[in-house]
Every structure is written in structure tokens, then in C-alpha cells.
Design a protein around this ligand. Sequence first.
Ligand SMILES: NC(=O)c1ccc[n+]([C@@H]2O[C@H](COP(=O)([O-])OP(=O)(O)OC[C@H]3O[C@@H](n4cnc5c(N)ncnc54)[C@H](OP(=O)(O)O)[C@@H]3O)[C@@H](O)[C@H]2O)c1
Length: 449
Amino acid sequence: MTPTPRIGFAKPEPQQRTLGLGVIGLGTVGTGTLKVLAEHQKEIQRRLGCNLQLKVICSRSVHKQDLSWLDKPVKITSDWKKVVGDPEVHIIVELVGVLATARDIAFATMAAGKHLVTANKQLVAQYGVELVERSRTHNVGLGIEACVAGGTPVLHAVREGLAGENFTAVYGILNGTTNYILTEMERRGCSFAEVLAEAQQKGYAEPDPTFDVEGYDASYKIAILAMMCFGQAVKVADIPVQGITRIDQVDFAYAHRLNHTLRLIAGARRRTSNRLEIFVRPMMIPTASRLAGVKGATNGILLVGNKGGNTSITGRGAGGEATGVAVLSDVVQIARSIAAGGSSLTPFGYEDWHPSRIATPDENVVATYLRLVVRDRPGILGRVCAILGRHRINIDSVLQEPDCEKKRLPFVMTLEPTAEKYITKALKEISRLPFLAEPPLLLPFAEMP
Ligand SMILES: NC(=O)c1ccc[n+]([C@@H]2O[C@H](COP(=O)([O-])OP(=O)(O)OC[C@H]3O[C@@H](n4cnc5c(N)ncnc54)[C@H](OP(=O)(O)O)[C@@H]3O)[C@@H](O)[C@H]2O)c1
């Protein structure tokens, strides 16, 4: 895609050393952002050398809210268009969560020549290329740090700190809810359902957890991260997604026997063909790998570069104030650019985008963990092995935990690296075997440091 030439942001007059901020959306992140801003105002001012002032806040129910905790009086409105139209506002922070509204706010903000900061991963994953084009057309800044890994500044690290690197892969634990569930299952030997129910009670998981546990949340985040690492316009719909609902305690028992553990990994890898392999799936990862140490609701990202090697970054992936720090970091960066009259912001780190070239999962060559739960009877192993052999899949090992119920007997096969298309075909046949008590579970072994 040919980039629109960039020109500098309108430089404020020397007497205009105050930049006005408008915040739309006063939920978890909106409130967290305002609280951090109130507490860190002086420090931020020292960093900026100009005055950043909150001018207006907005949510539909703002007039019913107790805002006594705000340190200074500000304008309030329930109509986001008034924030966009406010002449005192230069930077707008969009934190409404609803995709269609967020898109309308984003487009209107840019059309009004104002700078935008958003935490909406769906907005950025789906409309990222368009947002960048519009930000160029209207010559405004676009901040997206809070969209991936909440308070962990991975996008800044990729865009700025590692701008000289050529990435070969990025792997992330990008969803705190699923990582909390998996690591609690591992730590306490509980089932998925037990830990999920408890997480919902404590407010760590949504009443409808589908978006998190089925991997969709992580797919938006890896789409953004992959765009940032590889400069390709990745489409979320092209990302194969598998959630964690089928993971059982017994999988951790087998994983440990194999010196591995299980995590929901959102990853993107550059193939030698220059195509991207991109996925969200639970994976067996070596216990010595950096991401194995990422526990609870923490997020972790491992960036693999062909010169600098491995860089990992971990931190808070959600929460009002932690995410508020990421939002404000974007505000600070935009404010610095405005003050300098510059245009240093390239939100995805690339001026020249390539269309995405995604490899199909079939082309992946992976070693896999195959867990079968069967009603025990003679000849089971022979039939499974015959199918695998027919598809030219080599078995590496067969494992069985002792003392399991004969009616629901789990056993595991580890398979040598094979193209996934052969494994998928074999799995279809295995799924039809009459002695299976539940569908087979296939998990790839991740090759990661
Ligand atoms: N929660 C996290 O830890 C986290 C972390 C990283 C990123 N994010 C992202 O940050 C964004 C905000 O998340 P959140 O958790 O803060 O959401 P939230 O708690 O549901 O808050 C959303 C806010 O937007 C307001 N709102 C909704 N529609 C509006 C409209 N048409 N006009 C004005 N205000 C409107 C809501 O209040 P009214 O109903 O009163 O309008 C509410 O104050 C989302 O995109 C989310 O994905 C969240």
C-alpha cells in the first residue's frame, strides 16, 4: 500500500502550551485512566514540558454518576459528539467498548483534526489499516498501546525499541482470564469448570466467558501484534482459533511427564516462504521456556528477532489503572509530538504495508500431543496405530497415567513432526472409532525458547 506523505502536526503557538484532553467512556478503563491522570498529573507535566488538562468527560450515564473523586471540576456530557466538537479538546481518548460506537468516535475524531487514543482491540484489529490512512489524511496521531496486553507496553517495544529488528516470530499469552484458569488448574489440580466458576464469582471472568475461553479475545490482539511485527495487514477472520474448554487436569499430568506445561498461545511466525503462520491455540510449551513462567492473570510476550534473539516482556494485561497507564503513555507521546510540531507517530510501526500472506495451518509441520479417552477393550492401540501409519505419521511415545477409570480411560500419544494436513485426516478417521468416549484432543508442541 502506498503511504500518504506525512506532514508535521500543527504546532501549537508558544502561548498555547495547554493541550486539552477529552475522555469518552467512564467504565473500568475510563475511570482508571482518570484516576492515574489525577495522581500522576505533575509527573506527566514534568515529562511533557507543557500542560495537559482534562477538559471534558463523557458517558451516557455520566449525570447519574458520583464524580466527587475528580480532583478538578470538568465539563461533563452524555453526548460523545460534544467532546469531538469541543474546541478546547485536542486529544480524545475513546474507551466505550462497543465496536460500532468506537468506530464512529474514532472516524469523527480524526475528521475533526483531533488526535485519538483507543483501547479497543476489535476496532484496531478490524479497522487498523483504515484508521492509519485516516490519521495520515487528517494529519493526526493514533495511540493503540492499550489494545494489546493492557498495561504491558509491548507495542511500544516492538515499534520503537526493536524497530531495527527483523522478527521471525512472536508468541504471546495475551488473555489473562484463560491464563488464570489454566495456571489454577495446574496449581490446584482442579477441572476447567471448577476454576471458571470460581473466576466468575471473583469477577475475573465474564458471566459469558466465550470471548475469552474460546480464544477470540487473543485473536484480535495477535492480529494487531502481528501487523506491528511483520508490517502485514492481517485479517482476524484468517486466524485459526482454538480455545481451552477441552483442557483437562489429566493433560497437565501428561504435560509434566513430558517436561512441558500448557498455555493458550497466540502466535505469529514468519515462514521461509515469507508467509505468516498465525494462530491462537492451547499448546504444550517446555517448562523451561519463558512463557511457562507466566502465571495467573499476567500477560507475557516473547519476541524472536533474527539478530537480537529473544526479548520477553511480562506485566498486567488488564485492570483499570494498569490499562490507564498505557492509555496515558499514548497521550504523552502524542502530546510530545504536537509540542514538537512533529509527526513521529506511525501507529503500527510501518509506513509501507503489505497485504497479508497467511499460510494455511495444513502447511505447518508440528510435533503433537494426541489425547484419547476410550472405553477400554483389547485392540485399541492397534487400530489407532494402523490409522496413524496409513497417514505416514510416526509415533514418538505412548503414555498412560495409572489408576484411571476403565470406562473413560485417557491415554496419550506423542507424534513426531508431521504436516498438519496428514494429522487432520488421521484425526477424522480416529474420531469415528467406536470405543472413543469423547472426541480426540490434539495439541501441538511449541518450539519456543
Ligand atoms: N477492562 C480492561 O481491563 C481492559 C483492558 C484493555 C483494554 N480494554 C478495552 O478498553 C475499552 C473499555 O473497556 P472497559 O472495561 O472500561 O469497558 P466498560 O467498563 O464496559 O466501560 C464502557 C464505558 O463506555 C460508556 N459508553 C458506552 N457506550 C457509550 C456511548 N454511546 N456514549 C458514551 N459513553 C458510552 C459506558 O457508560 P454508559 O453506559 O454510562 O454510557 C461505560 O462508562 C474496551 O474497548 C476494552 O476492550 C479493557
